[in-house]
Design a protein around this ligand. Structure first.
Ligand SMILES: Cc1cc2nc3c(=O)[nH]c(=O)nc-3n(C[C@H](O)[C@H](O)[C@H](O)COP(=O)(O)O)c2cc1C
Length: 355
C-alpha cells in the first residue's frame, strides 16, 4: 500500500527513513533494525574518523543485507580569530568548574576531513549516501553515482532544493523548521530559512522533479500519511527513534526525550556554533548572555565537547546537547521495528478510513 518512487528505487518495503543522527544515537544496531524492518536505516557519520566509518559500515553489513545509508556533513573550514577562541575558552571554564574538569583543554583538530570520509563511502560502495550543511563537488557526486550509490541532499528552502537538483543528485530531504538537530541550511542564514514542513514540502515538490523526503516533526502514521499527501515520496524520522531500544543516545538524554513536551525545544548555536534544535537547557539559556561572538561550527562544537561529555558522565542534562524536534510528546521507547510497524499500521488504517 505504501509503495512509492523511493521504495521502488531503493528496494525497501516502506517509505520510512530513520534519520542519520551523528554523535551516538544511530548505532549499527539501530540502522540495521530499521532496514531489517523494511525502512531505510541511516548512519550519522559526520563525527566518525575514516577508520571508525569503515568499521561501522562493516558492522551494519554484518547485521543486515538490506539497503542502508551513510550521512556526512559538507562545510567550509571556518576562520576565527585567536582572540575570539581564547575568550570563549575562558568563558567555558565556569562550566568546567561546575563539572570538575580541567580548564582550557588543548583543542584537537576541528573536524574529520570530508575528503577522507567520502573516500571510505566510495570504496565501500554504500547503497545510499546523504549529506547536509552544504553541497559536495560535482566530482564527488558523479563518483558516487558511478558506483551505484543513491545520493540525497538536504534542503530547508525551495532555492536550496533547486540548487541540489541542479547538482545532479537523486533525491532531496526537505527539512522543516520542526526538525531536531542541526539545520541543513546552506544558502541563507538559518534564521531566515525556518519554514514549517507543511508549507515547505509542497513548494519544493512543485519546483523540482526528483523525489522529496519529508523531515521534521514526523512521529507516526499520521505524519507519514500527511507527508505523502503533500507530495513527499518518503519520510525521514529522527526524534521518533531517539529513545528507542537500539538508539545509542545516553540514558539521561532518552529520559529527557520521553518526559519533554512540544514547547521544550529552542534553536541555538550555543553548543556547536551552528543553529540546531534541541531541548532548552541551562547552558543554552546562559550562553544567550555571552558577551562576545560564538565561534562558528565546528570550532564551538569542539570547544564544548569536554563539557558535554563530562555532563553526560555526570548524568547532568543541563550541560548536554539534547537535540530533538517538536514532536517530542509522541516519542516512545519501543524497539525500532515496533515503531516502523506501528507507523505503517496507523497509516494503513488512516488511508482505509479515508478522509
Ligand atoms: C539527535 C539528532 C542528530 C541529527 N544528526 C543529523 C546528522 O548527522 N545528519 C543529518 O543529515 N541530519 C541530522 N539530524 C536531522 C535529521 O536528519 C532530521 O532532519 C530530523 O531528525 C527530523 O526531525 P525530527 O527529529 O522531528 O524527526 C539530526 C537530528 C537529531 C534529532
Amino acid at each position: 500500500m505504501f509503495e512509492t518512487l523511493i521504495t521502488r528505487k531503493l528496494n525497501i518495503t516502506y517509505p520510512i527513513f530513520q534519520a542519520p543522527m551523528a554523535g551516538g544515537p544511530t548505532t549499527p544496531e539501530l540502522v540495521a533494525a530499521v532496514s531489517n524492518a523494511g525502512g531505510l536505516g541511516n548512519l550519522g557519520a559526520g563525527y566518525l574518523t575514516p577508520e571508525q566509518l569503515r568499521i561501522t559500515i562493516n558492522k551494519i553489513r554484518g547485521l543486515t543485507d538490506r539497503p542502508f545509508g551513510v550521512n556526512l556533513f559538507v562545510f567550509e573550514q571556518p576562520e576565527e580569530s585567536e582572540e575570539t577562541i581564547a575568550k570563549m575558552s575562558d568563558y567555558l571554564n565556569s562550566y568546567r568548574n561546575e563539572l570538575g574538569i580541567p580548564h582550557n583543554p588543548s583543542l584537537p583538530k576541528y573536524s574529520e576531513s570530508f575528503e577522507d570520509q567520502i573516500q571510505v563511502v566510495l570504496e565501500e560502495r554504500v547503497p545510499v549516501f546523504s549529506f547536509t550543511f552544504g553541497l559536495p563537488s560535482h566530482n564527488v557526486i558523479q563518483s558516487l553515482k558511478h558506483r551505484g550509490t543513491f545520493v540525497i541532499g538536504t534542503a530547508t528552502t525551495v532555492d536550496e532544493a533547486i540548487q541540489l537538483e541542479l547538482s545532479g543528485i537523486d533525491a532531496i530531504v526537505a527539512q522543516g523548521s520542526e526538525a531536531g538537530g542541526h539545520r541543513g541550511t546552506f544558502l541563507k542564514n538559518a534564521s531566515d530559512s525556518l519554514i514549517g514542513l507543511i508549507a515547505l514540502v509542497p513548494q519544493i515538490v512543485d519546483h523540482v522533479s526528483i523525489p522529496v523526503i519529508a523531515s521534521g516533526g514526523i512521529m507516526d502514521g499520521r505524519g507519514l500519511v500527511a507527508s505523502l499527501a503533500l507530495g513527499a515520496t518518503a519520510v525521514q524520522m529522527g526524534t521518533a527513534f531517539l529513545a528507542c531500544t537500539e538508539s545509542g543516545a545516553y540514558p539521561t538524554y532518552k529520559q529527557k526525550i520521553l518526559s519533554a513536551n512540544e514547547d521544550a525545544t529552542v534553536i541555538t548555536c550555543a553548543y556547536s556554533g551552528k543553529s540546531a534544535r534541541g531541548i532548552s537547557t541551562e547552558f543554552i539559556r546562559d550562553m544567550q548572555l555571552y558577551p562576545g561572538n560564538i565561534p562558528p561550527y565546528p570550532i564551538q562544537h569542539i570547544m564544548t565537547r569536554d563539557i558535554r561529555q563530562a555532563a553526560a558522565i555526570a548524568k547532568d542534562p543541563e550541560f548536554m546537547s539534547l537535540w530533538a524536534g517538536q514532536g517530542l510528546r509522541l516519542a516512545n521507547n519501543q524497539s525500532a521495528a515496533t515503531i516502523i510497524n506501528e507507523t505503517i499500521d496507523q497509516a494503513r488504517k488512516l488511508v482505509i478510513k479515508s478522509f
